[in-house]
Write a protein that binds this ligand. Structure first.
Ligand SMILES: [Zn+2]
Length: 277
């Protein structure tokens, strides 16, 4: 995907705030539709208030520093923070002692593990259920890097791939995908056509129904692409006859094995509601 700067919004695309912060005249924060830290180059200027910036950072940061921590360095994605070290550290337990080993990213196995999801339930006309996230793991292998784990990793017992972060959760990845999909629909001028469905998940007001709206194509192994990302919007009709605006998102789709995500952004108004003469 090419770098693109969309027209400025001038209000918060998540909560609707008309000021960056209460009483502030500062302009709204620019939104990187795909996070800057992943190398995303689609920018929606002046689109997020201070409060929502904090909320979206809270779920993006664990995913960038968890799932994507090593691969970002291996791909040479520049980091905004100078303190973010170029090396990566892994932990092994040898004879009951934890050892921290720091290596160059290119000497670290070129493997990325991420979550893969079933289809969003809403697209199959399923009822709203609480607390269910169906996910699996997908592994991708980076071309040109060693895919094997170093033998010393197996000597002493357990190994943790760095950095293990419990908050690099499926739910946080789903919220990041929801944010990408919603902001992309705003940028592309599509959000006005639908009743938006993702805001309670993005803002943390409803975390129980993530899988209803955010999912993927669990078993499909999509082909790798030349670009780092592949993303487009499409319409889908569910078996119960409702029409939805859906984002099809692939992150680091140039790495073989990376999954496809489907995110249901909004529902089109029903034709039945239209007054017929
Ligand atoms: Zn806001």
């Amino acid at each position: 995907m090419q770098a693109k700067k969309y027209p400025a919004v001038g209000k918060c695309i998540y909560c609707g705030a008309e000021e960056y912060a209460p009483g502030s005249t500062r302009r709204f924060g620019d939104e990187h539709i795909i996070p800057d830290g992943l190398g995303g180059r689609l920018i929606l200027p002046e689109a997020s208030c201070k409060k929502c910036e904090r909320i979206t950072n809270q779920f993006e940061t664990p995913i960038l520093k968890g799932i994507f921590h090593v691969v970002r360095k291996q791909l040479g994605i520049p980091s905004k923070k100078k303190r973010d070290p170029d090396k990566v550290t892994y932990v092994t337990e040898l004879n009951g002692k934890l050892q921290y080993v720091t290596v160059d990213p290119k000497d670290y196995p070129g493997i990325i593990f991420t979550y893969t999801f079933f289809r969003p339930r809403i697209l199959d006309g399923q009822p709203l259920l609480d607390d269910i996230i169906g996910c699996g793991m997908a592994g991708g292998g980076i071309e040109g890097l060693n895919w094997e784990l170093p033998p010393e990793w197996f000597q002493g017992g357990t190994i943790s791939l760095p950095p293990i972060r419990k908050d690099a959760s499926a739910l946080n990845l789903m919220r990041m995908l929801a944010k990408i999909a919603h902001s992309f629909a705003v940028a592309e001028g599509k959000i006005q056509s639908v009743r938006p469905l993702l805001l309670p998940l993005i803002l943390g007001d409803d975390l129980k129904h993530a899988w209803h709206y955010v999912g993927g194509t669990y078993e499909e192994k999509p082909p790798r692409t030349d670009e780092l990302f592949a993303m487009f919007l499409k319409d889908e009709v569910s078996p119960d006859g409702k029409r939805y605006l859906v984002a099809d998102i692939r992150l680091y789709s140039h790495i073989s094995g990376m999954p496809r995500y489907l995110v249901v952004i909004g529902e089109y108004p029903s034709d039945l509601l239209r007054c017929e003469p």
